[in-house]
Design a protein around this ligand. Structure first.
Ligand code: ADP
Ligand code: MG
Length: 608
């Protein structure tokens, strides 16, 4: 190196630092919104154009910034949130490194309008590439508006690094949704290319916010979870098993008010639903977990989404039990004519707004508090920022406000458990379906699915009590396997034995099968065992659920043929179902029972 050492000028240093703080439009928005939250705002508007690349606006009604502090706010390591190192241990605010504004301003064109609550006049400041180009007094209400235009215009490499408008918009929308859900006492409005995407109320009612963001249909399929005990509290909503999605995107967790990604919590939900829904489907949940801060590992960076929880297995167990209890107390039977799950994407930019998303239809969720900034001449009259039609929409929705609370809708009296053992048996159809009736409902029960569930639960229970009864084969069967199959099964040989498949290693890559569990009925022992082993290779044998998976597979393989059942057999099957926590799905998540109400039949026959 032949060059001398120079100290980078402030502006260049900021640009370099900006790479760490802001790497895409969503991170700009996150920093700005967190500043608004720290400023104790009650209402926050986030507006973007072109995926935030050309235009980002975050307006709040928080404390505002003192006129004298405006310039320093844009300098690096300038913060009002800590003064010395000791403050770090007590800080509750979201940002304190004092880097965000400096970083954002160095790589974009920023316009800030702010008025501190102690001041009578606001200030408008324009900063391009980190340099103040204009500063003047303007009329403004208390709070701060940050407009960030042409992000990365002076850093071509980063400009190029941004993804398409569509994908930046998606990332932003998901992030804003989570910010809104994790701050239920603040009203958020999100506007994309001039259209209001959602407005949440500050009613502190999580369900209302879910309705606002994800629509009424999803919200109607949710069941409320509520558990408060000395070690933790769990609040929120999970979907009924009849409503599933194709991925995990709508499994959303907050721990102590912060949106997190946590393997334990994902695992908990998986465990609850693993035999309730097909394995390629995912439930939806919005869960707010509150635990003692001392039970959170503090070594994890506060802005990171990953967290570590002490005693996580215990917490998981309690969460699983609570959700199961709640789900099994309600009626989760699908309807004959149940509509297909909403295929509506969470990516709200993919297609034009659906009915429930359009601002007119959100009248019920607009907060009863005054809508934001209606007194703020700068914003309402400035068509560049808010188009006239949107102003009108905002005013309209405000006038139509009705206080609809969705909480009641999720558990009406129809949600009682089915009384399997007292149901009136009508007969059997197609040698497959049991037909039953009670007061005002007709039921179809898939006898194979039901039988599978019954056997699964019985086998699992006797496995747990170490009391599986097995039936000796007249002569043991040699089962030859491939090397991988053999290795996979060898690890779980013990589990096989405990489930009732008495097996021993028999030379190279072979087992000797001596007995099979009685519960599985007349055994086609070899096929059954091979079937299980074939499917075993698909699962990781380290998985703690391996026994359940073996049993699940065993039940599936055991019950295949169509059977005509006599009424005693049918009654016995129903009686057994009635004893189960979850009689509603087979172990693989298919329904065991569907239902048709009398009123629906009457409607179909045009009697009503
Ligand atoms: P930090 O948030 O880490 O303190 P920032 O660069 O994000 O650093 O902001 C610098 C300072 O500017 C903050 O400490 C705060 O005093 C002030 N500030 C920024 N945004 C707002 C806002 N929306 N409302 C009130 N004050 C703000
Ligand atoms: Mg900040």
């Amino acid at each position: 190196m032949s060059n001398h050492i120079f100290k980078l000028d402030e502006c260049t240093a900021n640009k370099i630092a900006a790479g760490e703080v802001v790497d895409r439009p969503a991170s700009v928005i996150k920093e700005l919104v967190e500043n608004s939250i720290d400023a104790k705002s009650k209402n926050i508007i986030i507006e973007i154009k072109d995926g935030g690349k050309s235009y980002i606006r975050v307006s709040d009604d928080g404390s505002g910034i003192y006129q004298d502090d405006i310039e320093i706010a844009f300098e690096r390591h300038a913060t009002s949130k800590i003064q010395n190192i000791d403050d770090l241990s007590t800080i509750s605010s979201l940002g304190f490194r004092g880097e965000a504004l400096a970083s954002i301003a160095s790589v974009s064109k920023v316009e800030m309008i702010t008025k501190h609550l102690s001041s009578t006049i606001g200030t408008q400041t324009k900063i391009h590439g980190g340099r103040i180009v204009e500063k003047k007094e303007v009329g403004s209400s208390t709070g701060t508006t940050m407009i960030v235009e042409d992000l990365f215009y002076n850093t071509p490499a980063r400009l190029e690094f941004m993804k398409s408008v569509q994908s930046e918009s998606t990332v932003i929308s998901e992030m804003v949704s989570k910010l809104a859900l994790s701050n239920p006492s603040i009203s958020f409005q999100f506007i994309n290319n001039g259209t209001i995407i959602f407005t949440t109320s500050c009613s502190k009612n999580a369900l209302n916010n879910i309705v606002s963001i994800y629509g009424k249909e999803l919200a109607q399929s949710l069941v409320q979870i509520h558990e408060v005990n000395p070690s933790f509290s769990l609040e929120g909503y999970v979907s009924k098993p009849s409503y599933t999605r194709g991925n995990r995107q709508l499994q959303i967790y907050f721990v102590n008010g912060r949106y997190v990604k946590s393997k334990v919590l994902y695992d908990a939900i998986n465990e609850v639903y693993k035999t309730l829904i097909p394995s390629n489907k995912f439930p939806v949940c919005f869960l707010y977990v509150t635990i003692n801060p001392n039970d959170l590992d503090v070594n994890i960076h506060p802005t990171k989404m990953e967290i570590r929880i002490k005693e996580e297995e215990l917490l998981k167990r309690e969460i699983v039990n609570k959700i199961k209890d709640t789900l099994f107390q309600i009626n989760i039977i699908p309807d004959f004519f149940e509509k297909k799950n909403s295929l509506r994407s969470t990516n709200i930019f993919e297609k034009p707004l659906s009915k429930s998303e359009s601002p007119e239809n959100q009248s019920h969720i607009v907060p009863n508090e005054q809508l934001i900034f209606e007194d703020n001449s700068i914003y309402i009259t400035d068509n560049k920022i808010l188009s006239e039609s949107n102003q009108k929409k905002i005013i309209d929705t405000k006038n139509q406000y009705q206080n609809i609370d969705y909480t009641d809708k999720t558990d009406n009296n129809d949600n009682l458990r089915v009384n399997f053992s007292n149901m009136n048996l009508i007969g059997q159809a197609f040698q497959t379906y049991i037909i039953g009736q009670d007061n005002n409902k007709l039921y179809l029960i898939d006898q194979h699915a039901a039988h599978e569930r019954v056997i699964f639960e019985e086998l699992l229970a006797s496995y747990r009590q170490n009391s599986v009864v097995s039936q000796k084969l007249i002569s043991p069967i040699v089962i030859e396997l491939s090397y991988t199959q053999f290795e996979n099964s060898r690890i779980v040989l013990n589990d096989f034995n405990r489930i009732g498949f008495e097996t021993e290693i028999f030379g190279n890559n072979s087992f000797l099968l001596r007995s099979v569990p009685v519960l599985l009925g007349k055994p086609r022992a070899k096929e059954l065992f091979l079937d299980i082993i074939d499917n075993l290779s698909l699962l990781s044998t380290k998985n703690e659920f391996v026994v359940e998976k073996i049993i699940m597979q065993a039940c599936k393989s055991a019950i295949k043929a169509m059977d005509s059942l006599n009424s005693i057999e049918m009654k016995e099957l129903l009686r057994k179902l009635s004893t189960l926590d979850n009689p509603y799905t087979c172990p693989h998540g298919r329904p065991t029972i569907i239902c048709l109400t009398k009123s629906e039949i009457e409607r179909r026959f045009k009697r009503t």
